[in-house]
Ligand binder design. Structure first.
Ligand SMILES: [Zn+2]
Length: 186
C-alpha cells in the first residue's frame, strides 16, 4: 500500500500551489509521475494545472475518476490530483485501487462548499489519507486564519468554477456574519 497525501482547505488557501510544489519536488522523471484535474474546471490553460499564484504544470483532464486507470500505465509511480472534490462518488475507490497498485497519490481539494457542507467525497478521502495537510487562507474581512469559503452571489448553482471573484475566504465569525446564520453541523 502506497502513501496518500491529502491537501485541503478553503478557496485561496494555496492548495494547488502546494500540489504543484509536491510534484516539482518529487525526484521522479516526467514519465513516472502524472498530474490530473477535473474537466469541468476550465480556468486558465486547457491542459495545464495552474495556481492563482501563477505556478503551472502539465496535466491531463479527466471527467470521471475511472479515467485515472488508463492514464496510470506501468511506468507511473506517482499521481497528483487537483480539485479532487469534483471527481464524483467513485474517487475513493479509485484512489484505493491506485494505492494498492503501489502508486503514490497526492490530492488537493476543497473540504467544504460555500454552504459549509462537506464537499463530495472529501470526508472519506480524509479518513483514507495517511498524510493530511490543512492549509488556511486569510479572512477577507479581518485577515485572520480562514477555513471557510463565502460566496457573495445569489445563484444556487454549486459549481461556479472560474468565477473566483464571487468567492472570499472567511473565518468562522465572518462566514456566519455573511450568511446570517451559524455554521451548520453536518
Ligand atoms: Zn474574519
Amino acid at each position: 500500500m502506497s502513501d496518500f497525501t491529502l491537501i485541503y482547505g478553503s478557496m485561496f488557501s494555496g492548495k494547488t500551489t502546494r500540489l504543484i510544489e509536491y510534484y516539482n519536488h518529487s525526484p521522479l522523471s516526467e514519465v513516472e509521475k502524472v498530474a490530473v484535474k477535473p474537466m469541468l474546471d476550465n480556468r486558465y490553460a486547457a491542459h495545464r494545472i495552474s495556481s492563482h499564484g501563477g505556478l503551472q504544470l502539465p496535466g491531463h483532464r479527466i471527467s470521471k475518476a475511472e479515467e485515472l486507470y488508463p492514464i496510470c500505465n506501468d511506468q507511473i509511480k506517482e499521481v497528483y490530483i487537483d480539485e479532487v472534490q469534483f471527481l464524483g462518488s467513485t474517487i475513493p475507490d479509485v484512489v484505493l485501487g491506485l494505492l494498492i497498485q503501489g502508486i503514490k497519490v497526492v490530492a488537493s481539494g476543497l473540504d467544504r462548499d460555500y454552504l459549509g457542507r462537506p464537499f463530495g467525497e472529501m470526508p472519506r478521502l480524509m479518513k483514507m489519507a495517511n498524510n493530511r495537510i490543512q492549509l488556511q487562507a486569510k479572512c477577507h474581512v479581518c485577515g485572520k486564519a480562514a477555513h471557510y469559503t463565502y460566496r457573495h452571489s445569489s445563484s444556487d448553482e454549486l459549481v461556479l468554477v472560474g468565477h473566483t471573484d464571487m468567492y472570499e475566504s472567511r473565518c468562522k465569525i465572518h462566514w456566519e456574519e455573511g450568511m446570517g446564520h451559524s455554521l451548520p453541523d453536518w
